[in-house]
Design a protein around this ligand. Sequence first.
Ligand code: PMV
Length: 324
Amino acid sequence: MTNLRVTARAHTNIALVKYWGKADTDLIIPQNGSLSLTLDHFYTDTTVEFDSKLTTDQFILDGESKSPVKITNFLNIVRQKAGINSFAKVDSVNHVPSTAGLASSASAYAALAAAASKASGLNLSHKELSKLARRGSGSASRSIYGGFVEWIKGYNDDTSYAVPIEEDLDWKIGMIVAMVNSDKKKISSRTGMQTVVNTSPFYSAWVESIDDDLRNIKVAIKNRDFKTMGEIAESNAMRMHALNLSSSPHFNYFEPLSIEIMDTVEDIRTNEQIECYYTVDAGPNIKILCQQKDADDLLSKLRVRFPQIQFSFTKPGPGIKYLN
Ligand code: PMV
């Protein structure tokens, strides 16, 4: 039998209502539902080929050979589902700065789930792909789809998966990504969120606040109410970071420039009447939600104030696709 060599592309996503905390650390079942926007500009292309002649899994990331331990754990789930035991060669090219709070794990595991499952002979639905991607990284469950996506938290492997809210957006919005630091993050999202679940006295209040955020942001999206959507996203992100500040040991992902950019976004919004809102993940980079008509104006204002920072604008992006 000839081996199947499959390449898949998945785009990253940025949560507007964040996933922050696991109910099951092994299956990656979250404590709360979340909602994201898939981005066009940042994506991962991954090629997988299972080969009975290999004696171990091989992992190449951006042309360099890497430890396959995490990949092997993930491929074991695929092998079990497909009933095969061959090792695989995985070749991944990241068009996202790795581990800089830009959710490279989201596009990485979504692309790996799509490529590996198909290369193993499985023919999974998007729902099954979302569940599989979730096992690699929670946020990857959402990168199966384009546009606005909700991850339904569920309570076990079968009930926790993402669903598309609106895939082909006719709403002219996007995000400016401010690359404050593209180095590896100080505290992984895995460690950060577990510390918070175990120690923050505010954690139950966070979980309780999510249903309102999800309900209200979905209404805002439906009504094309940019202001309400942005306000919910910004306040949800700050609540997530307040958990980090309130845990033991406390930690944060901000750098001085992160805070300066956040202040500047508020200043531009208040004093220059351009609607823009920030959100921050497990890293120092700032993502600014804006409308396409304002993107150039905003970019030039930000570049004047922060000439040392790289800003890039991206429109909403599509779901996974196979490149062969
Ligand atoms: O999926 P992970 O383990 O990379 O965690 C993602 C956590 C956040 O990016 C901070 C929030 C989210 O919902 O994407």
